[in-house]
Design a protein around this ligand. Structure first.
Ligand SMILES: Cc1ncc(COP(=O)(O)O)c(C=O)c1O
Length: 386
């Protein structure tokens, strides 16, 4: 029988972290173990009711049942334009500067195919959302990892990037509000990013998937920074803002040429976002501001309850500034995030080991606040003193 060998490219991809954890979880559940799942950033809260009504109504219309080719519905791009201007004070053109996506991950992963040749460098923060690593490998790029260090409040030190990398890098991925560390990017850091990348001709892929999940300072768009539209493409998601992870819709916005490049990849790969979903997404942006405000309140209450619980358990350094994650240093007697998470799994709590976000994060663990108050209290009780 003919042997099928995976491509060299695919062999370079490590198994998707969340899929691994999911397998372990399934095994334990099959054995009858009850688990509280704080591992994946998949909200348990119902998506906005009004949006669901629009989706159902719109799905019945014949014109919405056909391929959704081109740049996405004009009406959705218009809603994104209005929302962006209101939220960030940035004016985008619906003609050329906005592109709906099948979830932000789809765009984040396809983006390098438009601009990277084999052997070009992509600069990736570490720790980071694992999707970026997959994007770089699938595009055949070389990766330069830029450490996000605790002492720098998890902002990268751009000056540490060697000159030879600066000159060969095509793209840098940045993500604030940050998954997994939860920190925000201050305006002067974003200004430094824009001037650095403009100087070396590096494209900024700015992942703003968590822009609306904040509790104090409002996160910025990099497009608010002067000069950013020359070099940046920003990614947004309906997944976290409107608890719509399973629906699959997001958007890219920013520099026209960058948007055009991504569109060219996409027209060769997919056939657009379901038109009824585009109507529903536009409705969410226009009408569901209160839903988002309530979501923030709920997540903040969850965060406060959970922090109160885990502080008593021996976790000393904890970050929970934004997003619905809690990022924590392991209690000092632990040295491996994987064995620590396995210990928690045996106690009935699923968490994500820091190592899954980068090799420099093995002394960290991430908890996702995607269960209700009762279960969060139960989780800290199950963890017990560590
Ligand atoms: C930082 C970050 N970016 C992007 C995504 C992808 O979100 P979407 O559901 O829009 O594809 C996630 C999902 O967890 C994420 O954490």
């Amino acid at each position: 029988m003919k042997r099928f060998k995976l491509s060299l490219r695919l062999n370079k991809l490590s198994p998707y972290l969340f899929a691994e954890i999911d397998n372990q979880k399934q095994r334990l559940r099959q054995q009858g173990k009850a688990l509280i799942d704080l591992s994946i950033g998949d909200p348990d809260i119902l998506a906005p009711r009004g949006m669901l009504k629009v989706l159902c109504r719109s799905a019945r219309l014949k014109e919405n049942q056909r391929y959704a080719l081109d740049r996405g519905k004009y009406s959705l791009r218009g809603a994104i334009k209005r929302w962006f201007r209101k939220r960030f004070g940035v004016l985008l053109s619906e003609e050329r500067e906005i592109l709906p996506l099948i979830g932000s991950k789809e765009g984040l992963v396809h983006f390098p195919l438009a601009f990277v040749n084999p052997q070009d460098y992509i600069i990736l923060p570490s720790p980071a959302y694992p999707g970026y690593q997959g994007a770089a490998i699938l595009a055949g790029a070389r990766i330069y990892h830029l450490s996000l260090k605790e002492e720098n409040n998890f902002l990268p030190d751009l000056e540490r990037i060697p000159l030879r990398i600066r000159n060969k890098a095509k793209i840098i991925y940045l993500n604030y509000p940050n998954n997994p560390t939860t920190v925000l990017a201050p305006p002067d850091f974003l200004k430094r990013v824009v001037s650095f990348c403009a100087r070396y001709g590096i494209i900024v892929v700015y992942d703003n998937a968590y822009s609306e999940i904040y509790f104090g300072r409002k996160p910025l768009s990099i497009l608010e920074i002067k000069g950013a539209k020359e070099i940046a493409c920003e990614f947004h998601s309906f997944s976290k803002t409107f608890s719509m992870t399973g629906f699959r819709i997001g958007w890219a916005c920013g520099n026209k040429k960058l948007i055009d490049g991504l569109l060219k990849v996409k027209t060769n790969v997919d056939s657009g976002v379901f038109s009824a979903l585009q109507d529903a997404a536009a409705y969410s942006l226009d009408k569901e501001e209160q839903y988002v405000a309530n979501l923030r309140k709920t997540i903040k209450r969850r965060r406060d309850i959970f922090l109160e619980g885990i502080k008593k358990l021996g976790f000393e350094k904890i970050w929970a500034e934004s997003t619905f994650y809690v990022w924590s240093k392991l209690p000092s007697k632990f040295h491996s995030s994987l064995s620590f998470c396995q210990l928690l799994l045996r106690k009935g709590v699923v968490s994500t080991p820091g190592i899954g976000f980068g090799s420099n994060s093995d002394r960290f663990v991430r908890f996702a606040l995607t269960v209700d108050f009762r279960q969060l209290k139960q989780a800290t009780a199950l963890m017990g003193r560590i």
